[in-house]
Design a protein around this ligand. Structure first.
Ligand code: PAF
Length: 281
């Protein structure tokens, strides 16, 4: 496994693989890797000959009061995990390498899909994500790229951006990886104590409960969202949002819609956790 920090070296290295006819898979990350990220690498290996993993804590996707400075940077540990998993190249650039004209930026903004759910609570967040992912796509020029379905809205936005900007890249969504208690794996779980992690699985339980209600015939989705919020509040969570949405355009679901996604964002103390569950009716 090779670690590179500059775009120039990365490009040269990838070109040698391309010349050999290798298919390039890409997994963008912000580091602090866990089993969820490693499953993305596994998926990439099934679709490509060479897997490039980027580790870059992207400043443009953090709001002014968010955890950019304190976001865990665990490069040595990440490197060991990626080596074990059989990744081929780690691309770990500095901010100046990715954003040479920082703080003046050309930005990529996807219309519509980023306005609700996390986009409403974290203004500018998805513009930061699409800006960095489009830059990384141009640096790596992969044949396929793998993103986790845990960030359901992010995945939808990346798919739209890829299509709208004509990137010739297959976007692959990989299933959510959960702890034994159901808690979705996330770098932010590292902020939680063992006890809090146990309690945080209530978000998954709430999603499962909502799914059950819908399968039992509940079609008043706004009432269901309120009831789920109430349950979370009673368990000392501060719900940011609980939404029943359409999978295709992420608009709020109405009776008659068939492919649904249940989305929750809730604070446990200062830690904001997100999770989702899809269902077809
Ligand atoms: O999902 C993430 O970890 C980040 O949003 C991504 C895609 C690596 C862009 O910084």
């Amino acid at each position: 496994m090779i670690v590179v920090n500059s775009v120039q070296t990365l490009r040269r290295l990838i070109q040698t693989h391309r010349d050999m006819g290798h298919r390039i898979g890409f997994v963008p990350t912000m580091g602090n890797l866990h089993a969820g990220h490693l499953s993305l690498v596994k998926t990439a290996k099934q679709h490509a000959d060479i897997v490039v993993v980027s580790i870059f804590v992207n400043p443009t996707q953090f709001g002014p009061n968010e955890d950019f400075d304190s976001y865990p940077r665990t490069f040595e540990q990440d490197q060991a995990l990626l080596e074990q998993e059989g990744a081929d190249i780690i691309f770990a650039p500095e901010v100046a390498e990715v954003y040479p004209n920082w703080p003046n930026l050309t930005r990529v903004q996807v219309a519509e899909l980023g306005n609700n759910h996390c986009g409403a609570s974290r203004p500018g967040h998805f513009d930061g994500v699409t800006t960095v992912v489009s830059k990384l796509f141009n640096m790596v020029r992969p044949d396929c790229a793998v993103f986790g379905q845990k960030d359901f809205q992010q995945l939808a936005i990346i798919r739209r951006m890829t299509s709208d900007l004509n990137f010739d890249i297959d976007i692959i969504g990989a299933p959510i990886v959960r702890e034994a208690n159901g808690l979705a794996m996330s770098s932010r779980n590292g902020y939680l104590s063992t006890e809090q992690k146990e309690h945080a699985s209530f978000i998954y339980q709430t999603l499962s409960w909502m799914k059950q209600q819908i399968e039992n015939g509940e079609r008043d989705y706004r009432a269901l969202e309120q009831a789920a919020k109430q349950r979370l509040t009673e368990q000392n969570f501060k719900p940011d949002y609980v939404h029943v949405a359409r999978q295709d355009n992420l608009e709020m679901a109405q009776d008659g819609d068939q492919q649904l996604v249940l989305l929750i964002a809730a604070f446990m103390g200062k830690v904001r956790l997100i999770d989702n569950m899809t269902l077809e009716i």
